[in-house]
Structure formats: structure tokens, C-alpha cells
Design a protein around this ligand. Structure first.
Ligand code: C2E
Ligand code: MG
Ligand code: MG
Ligand code: MG
Length: 286
């Protein structure tokens, strides 16, 4: 098998690799072009208090309006943007845009922005945050930065120092995708996070009973005893919502309430949310 398998693998593998490298190279060129052409847009997904049913803020989520491919989700271009360093200028644009947009919202609403570990490593993320706040006039207290544990995994000393500097500016810091990494718990000890975002993979399996229920319950309890807010990601059903609220989760985000929407949909959504709350309907879907 090994002998002619090797030859077959050679013929089979070589053109495939070539095609992959070519596709990557094309995507790279396309991404740089898109950046210059202004094809990126931020969508916003509401974060909702499980106590009051009020919208407390929005997470900014990057979208690429490709001229021929249509709306491209971040999973298809962020990894390559990180590899080629494009995430640094792109991430600065996200910060500027999100802060500028949020400065026009009612003053009780926050905006959450995702940061890549590459922005910590090769970009001046503190400067990017400071200038986005200064240019928009958004108070630092209304900006939440979402990071994953990959930021503390590599270059942990330098990145920790940066995180403390950022927090010193008055912004809050959330641990995103909690539970998917290797040592989420030890990072909770290393840095005083303001919020834990429980990964969607745990929330989506709540209805199967078993492990996910025990894990989410434990994280909600951990958050409440540490005084850290807990946000459940990817809430899709009323049952999940009721269960999470009962377990003391403080906030939710998910399709059940609303998918990410363009900025123009925010004002009508806030109005509907206000109306629903004053008429005691509680959480209303969009
Ligand atoms: P994330 O930060 O964990 O964002 C939450 C993701 O879950 C979003 O996917 C959102 O659309 C999706 N989601 C929310 N509720 C539900 C639900 O009920 N069901 C399902 N199936 N999905 C739900 P999206 O927008 O595709 O973003 C994926 C990831 O891309 C984000 O995960 C984040 O890691 C990254 N990303 C997005 N925007 C940026 C950005 O501006 N900068 C950086 N560095 N990363 C970003
Ligand atoms: Mg996030
Ligand atoms: Mg997340
Ligand atoms: Mg996630």
C-alpha cells in the first residue's frame, strides 16, 4: 500500500496543495482590496439583561460585503486577516466605527468589541482604543473589550500588562468563549475580568440535560460569587432562556432575542424593547 500509495498521494496531493495556496493568495489580495474599497460593515447583536429584559448594549460583529460572494461571515476571513496582519488596521477600523456608532445611542448602552491576539502582539491596541474613544467622544465606561484566552496564552506577561493598562482607562474586559480553552479558570485568577461569556457550545446543548447543565450552572455560580457578570451566548429557545435566568445568569445574547443586525435596525429595536418592558411583556423577540 505504502509504495504505490505514495505515488498516488504525490499526484493527488500536489495539485490540491497548489490550489489551496492559490486560493489563500487570492483571498489575501481580495481582503486588501476590500479594506481599501470599504467593503466591511459592523452588525450589532443585542445583549439583554435577564433580570429586567432590557437591552444593555450591543456586540459589534464584523461582516464583509463582497461584490460577488455577498455577505461573508468573519470565520471565513478573520483567520487569514490575522495571519497576514491585516487584522491590525481592520481591528482599528472596527474600534473606531463601533465607538462612533455607539456614541449616538442612548447613554446607558454599551458596545462590545472583539479583539484579536494579533492586535496585542503587533498592533498598539492601547493607542487604538484611546484614539477610538477620543475621536468618538464615547466615555470609556461604555466600551467593553472581548478577548479570548489565546491573548493570555501567548506573550502572557506583556499582554496582561496591556490588559491592565486598558482597564485603567475605564473600559471593561470580558472573557469571550468561556470554557472552550484549556485553562479558562486560571485566567480568571490572573486578571479581574468584568464579564464571562459562556460559550454557545454549552448553551446549545442545555436541552440534552447532562454535563452542559452542570457546567453552565457552575459558571453562573462562579460569576455570582466572584461578582462577575455572566452572559450566555447563542440562546435560541425560550426554555434555554428560562433555565439560564433561573440559574442566575445575568445576561443573554442569541437568535431567540435577535440575530446581529445592521446599525439602522438598532433604533427600532430599542423602541420595541422599551414598549415591551413598559407593558410588562418582558422579553420580546425581534
Ligand atoms: P463571538 O465573539 O463569540 O461572537 C458570537 C457569534 O455567535 C457571532 O458569530 C454571532 O452571530 C453568533 N451567534 C449569536 N447568537 C447566536 C445564536 O443564537 N445561534 C447561533 N448559531 N449563533 C449565534 P459571527 O458574527 O459569525 O462571529 C464569529 C466570530 O468571529 C466571533 O465570535 C468573533 O470571535 C469573531 N469576530 C467577529 N467580529 C470580529 C471583529 O470585529 N474582530 C475580531 N477580532 N473578531 C471578530
Ligand atoms: Mg465576542
Ligand atoms: Mg463569544
Ligand atoms: Mg463564540
Amino acid at each position: 500500500r505504502a509504495k504505490d500509495g505514495g505515488r498516488r498521494a504525490f499526484h493527488f496531493f500536489e495539485p490540491g496543495m497548489d490550489a489551496r495556496v492559490r486560493a489563500r493568495r487570492l483571498l489575501e489580495i481580495d481582503l486588501r482590496r476590500a479594506m481599501a474599497a470599504g467593503e466591511f460593515e459592523l452588525y450589532y447583536q443585542p445583549l439583554v439583561s435577564l433580570k429586567s429584559g432590557a437591552i444593555t448594549g450591543f456586540e459589534a460583529l464584523l461582516r464583509w460585503h463582497h461584490p460577488s460572494r455577498g455577505l461573508v461571515p468573519p470565520a471565513e476571513f478573520i483567520p487569514l486577516s490575522e495571519e497576514i496582519g491585516l487584522i491590525v488596521p481592520l481591528g482599528e477600523w472596527v474600534l473606531r466605527q463601533a465607538c462612533a456608532e455607539a456614541a449616538r445611542w442612548p447613554a446607558n448602552l454599551k458596545v462590545a468589541v472583539n479583539l484579536s491576539s494579533v492586535q496585542f502582539k503587533t498592533g498598539n491596541v492601547t493607542h487604538a482604543v484611546l484614539s477610538a474613544l477620543a475621536n468618538s467622544g464615547l466615555p470609556a465606561s461604555r466600551l467593553e473589550l472581548e478577548i479570548t484566552e489565546s491573548i493570555l496564552l501567548a506573550e502572557s506577561e506583556a499582554n496582561l500588562a496591556t490588559l491592565y493598562r486598558l482597564r485603567g482607562l475605564g473600559v471593561s474586559v470580558s472573557m469571550d468563549d468561556f470554557g472552550t480553552g484549556y485553562s479558562s479558570l486560571s485566567y480568571l485568577r490572573a486578571f479581574p475580568f468584568d464579564k464571562i461569556k459562556i460559550d454557545r457550545s454549552f448553551v446549545s446543548e442545555l436541552s440534552d440535560g447532562g454535563d452542559c447543565m452542570a457546567i453552565v450552572r457552575a459558571v453562573a455560580g462562579l460569576g455570582s460569587s466572584l461578582g462577575i457578570a455572566t452572559t450566555a451566548e447563542g440562546v435560541e429557545t425560550g426554555e434555554q432562556l428560562a433555565w439560564l435566568r433561573n440559574e442566575g445568569c445575568t445576561e443573554m445574547q442569541g437568535y431567540y432575542f435577535s440575530p446581529p443586525v445592521p446599525a439602522s435596525k438598532i433604533a427600532p429595536m430599542l423602541k420595541a424593547n422599551e414598549g415591551a418592558r413598559s407593558s410588562c411583556e418582558g422579553l420580546v423577540r425581534h
